[in-house]
Write a protein that binds this ligand. Structure first.
Ligand SMILES: Cc1ncc(COP(=O)(O)O)c(C=O)c1O
Length: 404
């Protein structure tokens, strides 16, 4: 039986439905979440959790940010969906806002990071087509999504296993190694695609000068530079986009996750001279750039600017860093490295972090582990100092108690 109204059932009842009716492709925590407010979330039993990883990075301005909620509520009562055969004010305004905060490019909207990267890969191939350029060079340890081209771009064999053959024309090289990349790029290369910080790959921040070096290689060889800012973009690192720390400008940029305050949205932004190769009919997305997502995106930008959240992100990062530096002094055998840029935070442990995640969950702190031993935190730009201190105290206790 289907109910338009939910029954407010227990976590256990929801889990039973999932076991029976939902494809088992996710490992889930045994909790059903029902409500969120800024950096707090509540489960079906009414327990409150402090969220250091809100929405896997999608809730960068917190759960249910008021301006986003208001914009979506208003839009949903006017028009829920407008396909791309029509103009709509919200899409034009959102494209202008993103273009003005990046590099003056043109926007293609979609619904996720993988889709944004598919668009970027297709655009690079279309742009290079007449010159025989089709190869896409990507970095080992990178992550670009689960659809086929994005998955092939993801140079991690564990994600390809069982799905081969992959899409032809992809070349893998070492991250943060300009010499290796220079060797991988040739006159058949359409684009080099890279994350300015590898997120899923372990919050890896490359050496200073890395993006500038990649820009030089691309310019010398006539290849495009695509930056995957699906995770780093929209203010997470203390600038609108992570490339802005470097002064290097890409040809194509992708962003999703936090783009619309937690509403599903993705975008590819391309220099107009590159974007123009996409003629009508060459690429599309039915839901991409819908008015709900675009209104939510505009409200996200307004919130970040009105509340000074880019600056706040830098201060939050500094507070986490100082707490973790002190903890590393205390636990040098457990903490190998601390990597922070804005609210993109990695704590590299000397041991597997999965039990740390479970222990934090049992104390009602939500965190993530990636690449086995890296605790990854993507806290909201709206988190308070008190909440940071509370969560860090829990994490510190868990690390103190961890047996290695
Ligand atoms: C850098 C990067 N690119 C692409 C993706 C894929 O995004 P989505 O899951 O929205 O398809 C992710 C997701 O974690 C990501 O971190």
């Amino acid at each position: 039986m289907a109910h338009a109204q939910l029954a407010h059932q227990s976590s256990r009842e929801t889990i039973a439905q999932f076991d029976r009716y939902v494809v088992p492709n996710y490992r889930r925590y045994p909790v059903a979440l029902v409500r969120g407010e800024n950096s707090w979330v509540w489960d079906a039993e009414g327990h409150r959790y402090l969220d250091f990883f809100p929405g896997w990075g999608c809730n960068l301005i917190g759960h249910c940010p008021p301006k986003v909620v208001e914009a979506v509520r208003e839009q949903i009562g006017q028009l829920i969906h407008v396909p791309n055969t029509w103009y709509m004010e919200s899409q034009g305004a959102f494209a202008q806002a993103l273009s003005e905060r990046s590099f003056g490019g043109q926007c293609f909207f979609c619904n996720s990071g993988a889709e944004a990267n598919e668009a970027a890969i297709k655009l690079a191939r279309a742009y290079g087509h007449s010159k025989g350029r089709y190869k896409i060079v990507t970095m080992e340890g990178g992550f670009h999504g689960r659809t086929f081209a994005a998955l092939t771009a993801t140079a991690q064999p564990k994600y390809h296993e069982g799905f081969e053959p992959m899409v032809p024309g992809f070349v893998y090289t070492k991250y943060d190694d300009l010499e290796a990349t220079a060797q991988a790029v040739d006159d058949q290369t359409a684009a080099v695609m890279v994350e300015p910080i590898q997120g899923e790959g372990g919050v890896k921040i490359p050496s200073p000068g890395y993006l500038a070096g990649l820009r030089r290689i691309c310019d010398d060889r006539g290849a495009l530079l695509i930056l995957d800012e699906v995770q780093t973009g929209m203010g997470r690192t203390g600038e609108w986009f992570a490339y802005q720390h470097s002064g290097v400008v890409p040809d194509v940029l992708t962003c999703a996750k936090a783009l619309a305050g937690g509403v599903a949205a993705g975008v590819m932004i391309a220099r107009p001279e590159v974007a123009e190769v996409f003629k009508p009919g060459m690429h599309a997305s039915t839901f991409g750039g819908n008015p709900i997502a675009c209104r939510a995106g505009l409200a996200t930008i307004e919130t970040i600017e009105d509340d000074g959240l880019l600056e706040r992100g830098k201060a939050i990062g500094a507070r986490f860093r100082s707490q973790f530096e002190a903890l590393r002094q205390e636990l040098p055998e457990k903490i190998r490295d601390i990597r922070v840029l804005g609210v993109m935070i990695g704590l590299d442990l000397t041991f597997d972090a999965s039990d740390v995640v479970a222990q934090c969950l049992s104390r009602r702190l939500l965190i993530n582990a990636t690449h086995g031993h890296v605790v990854r935190l993507l806290p909201a730009l709206t988190i308070s100092d008190d909440q940071i201190d509370q969560g860090c105290a829990i994490l510190a206790d868990v690390l103190r108690e961890a047996v290695i």
